[in-house]
Ligand binder design. Structure first.
Ligand code: GLA
Length: 706
């Protein structure tokens, strides 16, 4: 049984290896009881706390509510804050009823529990939804907030969920922060009493902080120890808070950011919050990542393409920047095809008066100075060369110097009597407006109808500022950031339905808008504008904690010093996800083209292992001079390991590489090692590897011996 109700007062959710439980506590309030490794006996589930001994330790402080609201003596962060029609601001959410059923997700029936909570006086109901993904060891939670009366209710805070880690331990929090060209930095800190908040207020997921967390007891490793983790499926403003409770637990709240947010909850028009995906594993950070990777590959990435291998792409950006034209793109395409590229993507610069970043965004017609006969001659050439054609767009933006802005200055976000802040000389269109939503859909739809385009790179290069939306009544204006993202998702789902064969890539100055939300509409992500192959090891490692290698696009470029980075190093760094080339192939020598061709051929051979196998982080670049990542097929019979050495001293730089994910009882052949070795030895003492020099790399093939 994956969902059980015990004596009509406790509800227990089981995945293969985990258990999550809550029950009725004091005053019929839903109280969190347990989230941890799977329990075999229901008697192991803690009882809800029923008595509180001191007046300063009241019920709201001490009981860990499943969905705390602002009421009574709740002084901590809560999920729901409301202003009621009579001026009251106290919301009581009593348990009312529940239902257990199924929800069909990609032809699989997943068990679903819904708990219904109601205010005893006001017409406010909250449904807490729980979906159990048994084999992935994950649970999805979201909430639905319903106004069942006839008067408007103003919500000032509406999180998706609250949950807790077991009482009685100190906890370490792992988060991801970063910046433009420096995404996905891992941070760890022991949580001390008080509150730690991570969030985005930028209108998108952001480069700076990521809607993912992991908690452990301070000693979990890559392949051992309990790790609790969660990720929010949302591409707009989000918030996560981690707060010590008086019982020395951590209360975790996740959901829409309450910053500059008020939701005018209309009768019979529920607010459905984004989902949070939760998991716990006893096999360390690596298993936490693999659980999320499997889930993402099977149930998040758009279905038509989720099981297909991603194509090796060429992207023109770093080669020609805005200076694209038929001649230089044709020449790049010829070179790309000759080395084995499968998809040629023309980046920024092909439209309007887009000669620099100062003009043209919004004018999505082909620039005829650069392409006198339109895009067809280039697309036909690319197709003749055996490649698909892809195109860059940034549909949610406009340059003030554009025909679109001159025609529709009212389409951008703005407050009365205020200048609008520009960044990269551009402004944000307000996608919450129905006419803007239509424009964006039709613009991309028309391009896809008109040309043989098989791939769209969808960019977003300015955070939202001055988010004024004067068209709607004041009580709805601060909903804008949520409507914006809901409309974006609608556009993507309509485009995907009308153009099922087109592959989409999400991009926002690199990794500014990547999350489980956008990745359920886009197939892959451009994760950073930083293409230095050494820096990339860190960025890619951080990304891999959450998202699968198939969704991670990595280009071989000219960035960084050629004296430091060989083409081999550049390729190995980029082969760890979906391989792309961004180097200026027009400047490559015959010898370089030959080397590139050899690596692309190799990548094609091992691509199924990387894109569809399981990933094991053997050595972190954060830990020292050496880093290594292993990819194995699920049968554990075949795999590859990428090794990177930053620098060495003394001759004969030998080190032990400890493998993971092998069958202990099988023997393996590792390329470059003459002796065959057992899985057990390789996973305990490991194998001795020699690697000398500076910025050196190696690719090992791992094969089980029959
Ligand atoms: C962003 C992207 C780049 C490129 C440029 C084009 O910065 O991340 O890859 O597409 O925009 O202007």
């Amino acid at each position: 049984m994956t969902i059980e109700c015990l004596n009509e007062c406790k509800w227990v959710l089981h995945t293969q290896k985990t258990t999550y439980a809550f029950g009725l506590g004091v005053d019929e309030m839903l109280t969190h009881l347990y989230w941890g490794p799977r329990l075999s006996f229901s008697s192991d589930i803690p009882e809800p706390l029923r008595t509180f001994h001191a007046s300063f330790n009241n019920m709201q402080d001490m009981a860990n509510l499943e969905y705390p609201s602002q009421s009574g003596m709740a002084y901590h962060e809560v999920c729901l804050k409301a202003r009621l029609h009579d001026g009251g601001r106290d919301v009581i959410l009593n348990f009312d009823s529940y239902s257990i059923g199924d929800v069909e997700i990609r032809e699989e029936k997943c068990p679903k529990l819904t708990m219904i909570l109601k205010d005893p006086h006001y017409s406010l109901t909250v449904h807490l939804h729980y979906i159990v993904y048994e084999k992935y060891d994950l649970i999805e939670r979201y909430s639905e907030i319903i106004n069942t009366g006839s008067e408007l209710i103003q919500l000032d805070q509406a999180f998706s969920a609250a949950f807790y880690v077991p009482e009685g331990f100190p906890y370490r929090l792992t988060t991801i922060s970063g910046g433009w060209a420096a995404e996905y930095t891992l941070n760890q800190e022991m949580l001390v009493p008080g509150k730690k908040v991570i969030e985005s207020r930028r209108g998108a997921t952001s480069h700076n902080s990521h809607p993912w967390f992991a908690l452990d007891r301070g000693n979990s490793q890559e392949s051992s120890g309990d790790v609790w983790f969660g990720v929010l499926k949302w591409s707009g403003n989000w918030k996560m808070s981690f707060e010590h409770t008086p019982r020395n637990q951590i209360r975790i709240l996740v959901g829409l950011n309450n910053y500059d947010f008020t939701w005018g909850l209309l009768p019979k028009n529920p607010l459905i919050t984004p989902s949070v995906i939760l998991g716990i594993t006893s096999q360390g950070f690596g298993q936490a990542s693999r659980n999320l990777h499997h889930f993402q590959e099977d149930l998040i990435l758009p279905k038509k393409h989720n099981k297909k291998l991603r194509k090796i792409l060429y992207n023109s950006w770093e080669a020609t920047y805005f200076d694209v034209n038929l001649e230089n793109q044709t020449s790049l395409a010829e070179k790309a095809a000759s080395i084995g590229v499968e998809l040629f993507v023309m980046d920024d610069g092909w439209f309007g008066q887009r000669n620099t970043d100062m003009a043209g965004l919004g004018d999505w017609y082909v620039n005829t100075q650069k392409f006198p006969e339109g895009l067809d001659p280039l697309i036909n050439k690319v197709n003749e060369l055996g490649m698909d054609f892809g195109l860059w767009v940034e549909p949610e933006m406009v340059n003030p110097d554009s025909d679109l802005y001159r025609a529709h200055p009212e389409w951008v976000f703005q407050f009365p009597n205020r200048e609008i802040t520009r960044a990269r000389h551009q402004l944000n269109l307000n996608l919450a407006k129905p006419e803007v939503k239509d424009f964006v859909f039709h613009m991309v739809d028309d391009l896809l109808n008109k040309y043989n385009i098989k791939f769209i790179k969808w960019d977003w290069n300015k955070s939202i500022s001055e988010p004024g939306w004067p068209d709607v009544p004041k009580e709805h204006q601060q909903e804008v950031m949520v409507h914006y993202i809901k409309n974006l998702y609608d556009i993507f789902s309509k485009l995907r339905a009308s153009h099922p064969n087109v592959v989409f890539e999400t991009c926002s100055g690199g990794g500014g808008r990547i999350d489980m939300g956008i990745l359920s509409f886009t197939d892959q992500a451009w994760i950073s504008d930083n293409t230095n192959p050494y820096d990339r090891l860190f960025i890619q490692e951080g990304y891999s904690h959450i998202y699968c290698p198939k969704s991670m696009v990595c280009w071989v470029t000219d960035a960084g010093d050629d004296n430091l980075f060989s083409l081999k190093y550049r390729f190995y760094s980029s082969m760890m996800g979906t391989l792309g080339i961004g180097a200026n192939l027009n400047n490559y020598t015959e010898k370089q083209l030959k080397i590139a061709k050899k690596h692309i051929k190799r990548y094609k051979e091992i691509r199924p292992l990387i894109q569809e196998g399981e990933m094991y982080r053997l050595l972190s670049p954060r830990a020292g001079n050496l880093s290594a990542v292993q990819y194995m097929n699920v049968e554990k019979t075949e795999g590859v390991v990428f090794i990177f050495l930053q620098s060495s001293k003394f001759p004969e730089n030998r080190f032990r590489l400890i493998f993971q994910g092998l069958n202990p009882e099988s023997q393996y052949k590792i390329s470059k090692i003459s002796q065959k070795l057992s899985g057990r030895l390789l996973m305990s003492l490991g194998a001795l590897i020699t690697l000398d020099g500076h910025f050196k790399s190696e690719l090992l093939k791992v094969t089980q011996i029959e």
